[in-house]
Design a binder for this molecule. Structure first.
Ligand code: ZN
Length: 163
């Protein structure tokens, strides 16, 4: 399947849904990265203070890169993405940005008929909705429709999920 089949408004919704599905794991990882100096730090520092610093820096970097990728998927302004690391390293600012971007992503998915239910299920569900959109007004199958107007009733379509 071609990747561009899932692009809406310039955003690859399949990749976006995947990224958003892993947000809870990233939050857990982010928490771990913040707890690391307090929990494992005292042990690591006895072995070699550099280990402590390096592991912390790498964990923070993974979180930052992951959030930048989400911003990139959402087509956030490139300048903002490039400047983001300047604030993302600050504890909890990363969570705040992640929350805002996740909400943006969820809204975008919802506007294309991919409700929280589908995206929570699996990739297939997301693909299914995107491949078989129907008209919000008359239920006409809009599969393959690229102009965003229903040929049956002329409604300007925001896609609706097909249950
Ligand atoms: Zn219609």
């Amino acid at each position: 399947m071609a990747d561009n089949l899932f692009v809406r408004d310039g955003v690859d919704l399949r990749k976006l849904a995947r990224a958003i599905r892993s947000v809870p794991w990233l939050v857990m990882f982010g928490m771990m990265s913040l707890c690391f100096p307090a929990v494992i730090g005292p042990i690591a520092i006895k072995i070699n203070p550099l280990i402590d610093l390096c592991v912390f820096a790498i964990m923070r970097m993974i979180v930052i890169v992951w959030i930048m990728r989400l911003m990139f998927l959402l087509r956030t302004n490139l300048l903002i993405i490039l400047l983001a690391p300047a604030v993302l390293w600050i504890p909890f600012v990363d969570f705040l940005v992640l929350f805002v971007e996740t909400m943006r992503g969820l809204r975008l998915l919802e506007s294309h008929g991919v409700g929280i239910r589908q995206f929570g299920l699996a990739d297939n569900a997301v693909v299914d909705v995107l491949m078989h959109p129907t008209c919000q007004n008359c239920g006409y199958d809009l599969t393959g429709n690229t102009i965003g107007v229903c040929p049956e009733c002329g409604t300007n379509c925001t896609w609706r999920r097909t249950e």
